[in-house]
Design a protein around this ligand. Structure first.
Ligand code: NCD
Ligand code: ZN
Length: 347
């Protein structure tokens, strides 16, 4: 039996939703993770500091008794966002990042940004105070092929924004391409990149070959195998500390996934750490899991590494999970890696 012990990991990109869904999924993340950056794409979105404070209270209420899980709140950037409100929410310690959704890019992104000149003031304030901008890095122009949207975003949106706003600290979230890997790796320490669990495991064939698999559909959509290999290399090589874990665990009830126009999102909160141990071990890189899941994220966000630990052990018996978890909002199917996983979190 092999075991590995890490400082307790964090999830730097997580959807917890609200109401009955929040109650159903919050314990799944709180079991293994100490903290998570909480996405603000609720309906209506978490726009102002007051909204984030109220949402944070609802999250804390949804946690199992005795849990010390800490939600790290974000604000949803709109063209009307007030720089003063952002600065206050950051100064109070409540808000740890602002999230940029290009309008129309993904689930509940309609209130996102169309005209980047309208958010110039907010971005400049954020650069001054060192508050990170989390970016959903896809353009939404209909003429751009969905598999090219990340690469086009880097060239036409991300890099120009960063050049115009020196000092702005940016996380390119859920990168899915070699282009994203290469861009993030080449920048200075004001640039981070998160990688999801599922993008380390699936490529676009998993979604489309042998019948359409709605539970593998997420945004940004998984790309071809060469891109997956670039993500695995970035996460497991340990050569560049800009890369860290953001699961993008994005629960939708089965009825919203298994339908003619299904929602985007993979649910990985429950079993991410065993899945990652499998992926890192396969690369001979178990010793690099600690950087990816526990150290590089806090370093970017200028937060301490967690004091507690999490131990993973490998056994002959494969791990098992329920196919779905039942929430008050309905059943949510877990991401299926498609191979047996022998790693378990020691409880
Ligand atoms: C996310 C969601 O469902 O909110 N979906 C997804 O496929 N990742 C939104 C997002 O992060 O793009
Ligand atoms: Zn997301």
């Amino acid at each position: 039996m092999s075991t590995i012990t890490l400082p307790r990991p964090d999830d730097w990109h997580l959807h917890l939703r609200d109401g009955a869904m929040l109650e159903g999924v919050a314990p799944e993340t709180a079991r293994d993770f100490a903290r998570a950056i909480i996405m603000p794409n609720l309906v209506p979105p978490v726009v102002r500091g007051d909204d984030a404070a109220a949402y944070r209270e609802r999250i804390l209420k949804a946690l199992p008794e005795g849990s010390d899980f800490e939600p790290l709140m974000t604000l949803y950037l709109t063209e009307k966002t007030d720089p003063q409100d952002v600065a206050q929410a950051a100064a109070s310690g409540l808000v740890k990042a602002v999230k940029l959704y290009p309008a129309g890019a993904t689930t509940n992104s309609d209130s996102g940004v169309r005209d980047f000149d309208k958010v110039r003031g907010v971005l400049e304030t954020m650069a001054e105070i060192g508050l990170p901008l989390c970016v959903h890095g896809e353009v939404t122009r209909p003429e751009v092929d969905i598999f090219d949207r990340e690469a086009v975003f880097i060239e036409t949106v991300l890099d120009p924004i960063r050049r115009k706003t020196p000092g702005l600290r940016v996380v390119m979230e859920h990168i899915t391409t070699k282009d994203g890997v290469d861009y993030v790796a080449a920048q200075g320490d004001d640039m981070g990149g998160t990688i999801t669990t599922h993008h380390l495991i699936i490529n676009r064939n998993h979604i489309l070959v042998g019948g359409i698999k709605p539970h593998y559909y997420c945004l940004p959509v998984a790309k071809r195998e060469t891109h997956r290999l670039a993500l695995v290399e970035a996460a497991t090589s340990g050569g560049n500390t800009h890369f860290f874990l953001g699961t993008d665990s994005a629960p939708h009830v089965d009825a919203a996934k298994e339908t003619a126009c299904g929602c985007a999102g993979c649910f990985t909160a429950t079993h991410t750490m065993p899945l990652l141990a499998h992926v890192f071990e396969a690369e001979g890189a178990l010793d690099k899991l600690e950087g990816f899941a526990s150290r590089n994220g806090p370093a970017f966000y200028r937060l301490p590494v967690n004091e507690g630990t999490l131990t993973l052990e490998k056994t002959d018996q494969p791990n098992t999970w329920p196919a779905k978890i039942e929430t008050g909002a309905g059943p949510v199917t877990l991401f299926d890696p498609g191979f047996p996983v022998h790693w378990h979190v020691k409880r």
